[in-house]
Write a protein that binds this ligand. Structure first.
Ligand code: AMP
Ligand code: ZN
Length: 468
């Protein structure tokens, strides 16, 4: 299995630090509002990575934080006249609801920055003791960026080029030794949440939070660290500087970054107004469609969000779910339980779709190609599963589709309202066929519905249906 590693800018064979185990850390959202569909992209992608690793037999320890202390949270709290804690708790609960509807499994652990302050103080102390950090006159603790030799290795930036970009900061009379130094601990301002520390009453810098939570829940050397590509610099670069200086070992073997989600081919941003929360999308679509839409593209490519593409994702997903639905209705064949020779051959043939799916996923989680392989399997099933098929044949085809869907996090059972919608659509089509005196088609639809266990009744108010 190969993973594209941002650190080496190449696809590398995946070899975990400890055989059979994967420790992965995914930077989670800052919780000051409902999450937007851009935030949903890394959640869906890395949940799928986790599911695939588990399907390969790895034991995955998946940690993803909530950043619950931050300027944006404080601002929102002040606007509403409530505490930061109330804001972050509220939006963590809302985020968990969105994750659930996206079928993103809860992490093994979702640490909160505010509950890990002791670990943060410990790491700052270690960094000061080792000469990688210093306290300025106002109590701020800074990281001494130039002291860390590998600085820039993740973002492939040259430290001297960075200095140029920061020159303006130096002129403003900063308390830093060097404009490149970044904050580990900052002093409290009026009305802000704060904790006691050896340097000043204050709060941690954002980069420090992730280094400490990864260390506590996954150890000093982790396998995969992931997030959106905007986090490569400075967030992840700074995490490496902190963790490697403090722990003395390589922090993460593989760094994975998803591309950005754009809207109507423009960068999604609040100021442009082209911005959707997951909740807004849920008003129009089942969130399974959003998940399927995200997986239909390669995770490292930019992805454009548009109503048109969502509708095509909806149609694609529907094809898969309808196939599963049909299989369920074909499932109990009373007359023939066992496979015949022809079916055995067909099952061998169907194996190639699973192989294709795996080959795509093994190639840096190419979900776009994996979805194509799943569509091929669906087509194969639609052609070969009939009311003449044995129960074992149908069950095995079903198991194969379900296994692939499970890796992608697609729930194969249609929601009741969608099933009702499908039935209503078929009834409407049957009525139209009757009107056109196309009785053959009308009868065909009646049989199709009967096969789904739906009985039609002609009433004065029109056609009604019930389950047999
Ligand atoms: P934030 O709350 O801004 O720290 O973001 C949480 C996660 O969402 C990070 O991994 C970001 O990289 C990711 N993210 C934010 N906006 C987008 C976007 N438009 N497309 C893809 N990922 C995004
Ligand atoms: Zn982080």
């Amino acid at each position: 299995m190969k993973i594209f590693n941002t650190l080496t800018r190449s696809k590398e064979e995946f070899v975990p630090v400890h055989e059979g185990k994967v420790n992965m850390y995914v930077c989670g959202p800052t919780v000051y509002n409902y999450i937007h569909i851009g935030n949903a992209r890394p959640m869906i992608i890395f949940d799928t990575v986790r599911r695939y690793l588990e399907s390969k037999g790895y034991e995955v320890n998946y940690v993803s934080n909530f950043t619950d202390v931050d300027d944006k949270i404080i601002k929102k709290a002040n606007e509403e006249g409530v505490s930061s804690d109330e804001i972050s708790k509220r939006y963590i609960a809302e985020c968990k609801q969105d994750m659930d509807h996206l079928n993103v499994r809860p992490a093994t652990k979702h640490p909160l920055a505010t509950e890990e302050i002791d670990g943060m103080i410990d790491m700052v102390r270690t960094l000061i003791d080792k000469g990688y950090a210093y306290k300025a006159d106002d109590g701020t603790v800074y990281y001494r960026t130039r002291k860390f030799e590998g600085y820039g290795k993740l973002s492939h930036k040259n430290i001297d080029d960075l200095e140029g970009g920061h020159r303006d900061i130096k002129v403003t009379g900063d308390l830093k030794e060097d404009p490149l130094d970044f904050v580990l601990w900052k002093p409290k301002k009026e009305g802000e949440p704060a904790w006691e520390s050896p340097w000043c009453e204050g709060r941690p810098g954002w980069h420090l939070e992730c280094s400490v939570m990864a260390k506590k829940y996954l150890g000093d050397e982790i396998d995969i660290h992931a997030g959106g590509e905007d986090l490569i610099f400075p967030h992840h670069e700074n995490e490496i500087a902190q963790s490697e200086a403090a722990n003395g070992v390589q922090f993460s073997k593989y760094w994975m970054h998803n591309g950005f989600l754009n809207i109507d081919n423009k960068k999604m941003s609040k100021s442009l107004g082209n911005f959707f929360t997951v909740r807004e999308i849920e008003e129009k679509y089942d969130l399974q469609v959003l998940r399927f839409f995200m997986l239909s593209a390669h995770y490292r490519s930019p992805l454009n969000f548009s109503a048109e593409l969502m509708d095509s994702a909806k149609a694609g997903l529907d094809r898969i779910l309808t196939c599963c639905d049909n299989l369920r209705h074909l499932m109990d064949n009373e007359t023939r339980k066992k496979l015949n020779e022809d079916e055995r051959k067909k099952l061998d043939e169907a194996e190639k779709f699973r192989e294709k799916f795996e080959a795509a996923m093994d190639d840096d989680f190419n979900t776009a190609d994996a979805v194509s392989a799943l569509f091929e399997l669906v087509k194969f099933v639609n052609t070969n599963a009939t009311s003449e098929s044995s129960e074992a044949f149908i069950a095995q085809l079903m198991a194969r589709i379900e296994a692939l869907c499970d890796i992608l996090g697609i729930i194969t059972v249609k929601k009741q309202e969608e099933l009702d919608f499908d039935i209503d659509a078929l009834i409407a089509e049957r009525q139209a066929a009757r009107k056109e005196k196309n009785f053959a088609r009308a009868d065909e639809i009646r049989d199709e519905l009967l096969a789904k266990g739906i009985i039609l009744e002609d009433t004065r108010e029109g056609v009604k249906w019930k389950k047999a």
